[in-house]
Design a protein around this ligand. Structure first.
Ligand code: ZL4
Ligand code: CA
Ligand code: ZN
Length: 397
């Protein structure tokens, strides 16, 4: 009306509380909140903060977390410390702490840590609801394994479920897409009885040579949520099980084909994308062979549908490559191209330098690491897509 046009592109917000960085799961534990420091340093070094709104969200309160989690579980989680923990207390094991696996240790500041990453996802969701942003980013969230009364797989509070619950206050249908190398089981379970959330997870699935299933062991193609035909959630989960060593072209084709079909059929009014970086080549826990740009292709594909988008982190266990990927994906959101030579004035630049650390560039060839032979043949992938399309026929009613 006044000749002022909305600028091209999307308005992007970045939700980050730096206090999350100072928490440690234990020296040899693969989850390193420090990877978020590296991510932030890259984002700032490339000047991406000038192309988005920055928010420093407050920690979530116990009452806010109780919109999904059981209060008894939250009371326990808010009080337990390494000093007062009783590993033989039945409550301790039943809530998923410690145990032989030590996937979910009790560490100093645990309650503060979970409140911070959850507060950031909720703050990001509110920004989408208020139409303050088209895309809201929280790299510290994405803890998709947590259940309402159970810590699991490095996840204590399910910030994704909390954020989706907020989005549901104004959205009839929310799509959840998960490209972490692990199955997004906690989010799938939380919404198994509703048709207002569709969950789609791509992940490694199968039994290893040592006889153990790849964590968490669920998410085969035939797992589509409840089987009872009277359950509204029936057919509203889609799982894409993938074998070791999938490459860029295969993953991009699989992602574009299946995610595109889901968006066309389900027609969500908001999308949540969990962008776990453990699906990259050379990840300490992962099995895939993806490069950074192929991972970012998934973000770009979802972004291009133009629906309100909540972009969150997740796994990622080779910190320098987690930082590279999430910086690249932040740039994808704001529509910027980044120079391959890393700016030299970055704190912690040593983490990215030297041949073994990616040679000081943003886009090193991660496929070079070639630790996992590709067990995905074109024939198997085409069968998988055919089965996925068959599963989606349920949405046609
Ligand atoms: C570790 O070195 O597959 C935990 C976990 C702690 C420190 C020292 C303790 C030594 C690898 C993993 C004991 C380690 C035993 N420490 C690990 C069935 C398992 C039993 C325990 O990305 N061992 C359990 C969970 C997965 C299992 C993956 C992914 C999260 C996400 C979202 C969660 N759990 C086998 C593992 C170490 C450890 C070394 C570890 N745990 C690797 N994979 C798992 O989807 C954020
Ligand atoms: Ca996944
Ligand atoms: Zn993972």
């Amino acid at each position: 009306e006044y000749g002022i046009e909305k600028p091209q592109g999307y308005s992007v917000s970045f939700h980050y509380n730096p206090h999350v960085e100072y928490h440690h799961f234990g020296s040899s534990h693969p989850m390193k909140p420090w990877r978020l420091t590296l991510t932030k340093q890259l984002v700032l070094a490339y000047g991406l903060e000038y192309s988005m709104e920055l928010y420093e969200p407050r920690p979530a309160s116990l009452d806010e977390l109780a919109i999904f989690h059981d209060r008894e579980y939250l009371n326990f989680l808010s009080k337990v410390t390494p000093q007062n923990a009783k590993p033989d207390d039945p409550a301790y094991l039943s809530y998923g702490f410690g145990g032989d696996s030590n996937d979910c240790p009790v560490f100093d500041g645990l309650w503060n840590y979970v409140s911070i990453y959850s507060g950031a996802s909720m703050n990001a969701a509110y920004n989408l609801l208020n139409k303050q942003s088209d895309i809201a980013i929280n790299w510290s969230g994405g803890l998709h394994h947590a259940k309402k009364n159970l810590a699991s797989g490095f996840c204590y509070i399910n910030d994704i479920v909390l954020a989706i619950q907020l989005l549901l206050t104004q959205n009839q249908r929310v799509l959840y897409v998960d490209i972490d190398v692990h199955h997004g089981d906690g989010v799938e379970a939380a919404f198994e009885s509703t048709d207002r959330v569709f969950t789609l997870s791509y992940h490694k699935f199968g039994i290893d040579r040592n006889g153990y299933p790849f964590f968490p062991g669920t998410g085969n193609i035939n797992e589509m949520g409840p089987t009872d035909p009277t359950n509204r959630g029936k057919g509203h989960s889609l799982n894409i099980p993938i074998e070791d060593g999938i490459d860029d072209d295969q993953y991009k084709w699989l992602f574009k084909t299946v995610t595109g079909a889901v968006i066309d059929k389900y027609n969500p009014t908001a999308i949540v994308l969990q962008s776990g970086a453990d699906s990259l080549g050379g990840d300490r826990l992962g099995r895939f062979n993806l490069n950074i740009r192929a991972h970012g292709f998934c973000v770009e594909t979802v972004k291009n549908y133009g629906r309100p988008l909540l972009l969150i982190g997740g796994g990622g266990y080779t910190p320098r490559n987690v930082a590279r990927t999430w910086c690249h994906e932040t740039a994808v959101c704001v529509g910027a191209e980044l120079h391959n030579d890393l700016p030299t004035h970055i704190p912690y630049i040593q983490a990215f330098q030297g041949e073994e650390n990616g040679g000081g560039i943003l886009y090193p060839d991660l496929h070079n690491t070639k630790r996992h032979d590709n067990a995905n043949t074109q024939v198997k992938l085409h069968k998988l897509v055919a089965q996925a399309m068959e599963n989606l026929r349920y949405l046609e009613g």
